[in-house]
Design a protein around this ligand. Structure first.
Ligand SMILES: NC(=O)c1ccc[n+]([C@@H]2O[C@H](COP(=O)([O-])OP(=O)(O)OC[C@H]3O[C@@H](n4cnc5c(N)ncnc54)[C@H](O)[C@@H]3O)[C@@H](O)[C@H]2O)c1
Length: 230
């Protein structure tokens, strides 16, 4: 019940971390707008939420499009009258590739979804939160932002960009009274072992250290198998 009366938008909520986050938020009584470019995935997540007695709406949205981000915010506020959480989670991976083999389309796609998609979410969600003087803007980054892996250079750069974006957004709202909060999660190998309490086998990865999380040397690594590229 920790999110009773709260309204959340989760992008990339048709599968993986986004779906798990949407289900977890709804289990805490939030009303959740489940957004994904994959319509079937978004509907499946909504069915899971409604099946457990929660409230959710599925909306097909491509986070690289300004109009779609605007529509997400407008739909959530029209349906439920407020916006408390925007989780900019949608992202695409990069399969291990030497830089000379990376084509421009791959670069553009990764940056469009992983960076531009987050900027556009902030562009439309933050004005609502600034007016209301409350809200949380969450971003899924990656440990690749601080510990890149060979062959994942473009993905790592995109996640580094959103870590910096999160810091800049935090500064933008820091001077405001009761400002919206920015947090940037850096999951490592999340696989499918996310639970409502966090990544299984790990301590908390997200810390409310002002703008971004920090993974300390004492934080154990996930025991999840490596099922995804960096
Ligand atoms: N899984 C991991 O180990 C891991 C590690 C570090 C960071 N991450 C990050 O976590 C986030 C979620 O990843 P995941 O592992 O759950 O992957 P996933 O592929 O299961 O989920 C990503 C979702 O985003 C959606 N999506 C892709 N492009 C989109 C677009 N343009 N507009 C809207 N939705 C779009 C996909 O349809 C998919 O449902 C990503 O940002 C990813 O980079 C994942």
């Amino acid at each position: 019940m920790r999110l009773r009366d709260k309204v959340a938008i989760v992008t990339g909520a048709g599968s993986g971390i986004g779906a798990a986050a949407a289900v977890a938020m709804a289990a805490e009584s939030a009303r959740v707008l489940v957004a994904d470019v994959n319509e079937a995935g978004a509907k499946t997540t909504v069915q899971r939420i409604e099946g457990a007695g929660g409230q959710a709406i599925a909306l097909t949205a491509d986070v690289t499009r300004a109009a779609d981000n605007q529509a997400l915010v407008e739909r959530a506020t029209a349906a439920w009258g407020r916006l408390d959480v925007f989780f900019a989670n949608a992202g695409v991976p990069q399969w291990k590739t030497d830089v000379e083999e990376v084509d421009e389309t791959t670069f553009d796609t990764i940056f469009d979804v992983n960076v531009k998609g987050v900027y556009l979410g902030a562009k439309y969600a933050l004005p609502v939160m600034k007016r209301a003087r409350r809200g949380v803007f969450l971003i899924t980054a990656s440990t690749a932002a601080i510990r890149p892996r060979a062959g994942g250079q473009i993905y790592a750069a995109s996640k580094g960009a959103v870590v910096t974006l999160a810091k800049a957004l935090a500064l933008e709202v820091a001077s405001r009274p009761s400002p919206p909060t920015r947090r940037c999660c850096r999951p490592s190998w999340a696989s499918r072992r996310w639970t409502p309490r966090g990544w299984r086998g790990t301590r908390r990865r997200c810390r409310s250290a002002g703008s971004t999380s920090r993974r300390t040397s004492r934080t154990p690594r996930s025991s999840s198998p490596r099922t995804r590229p960096p």
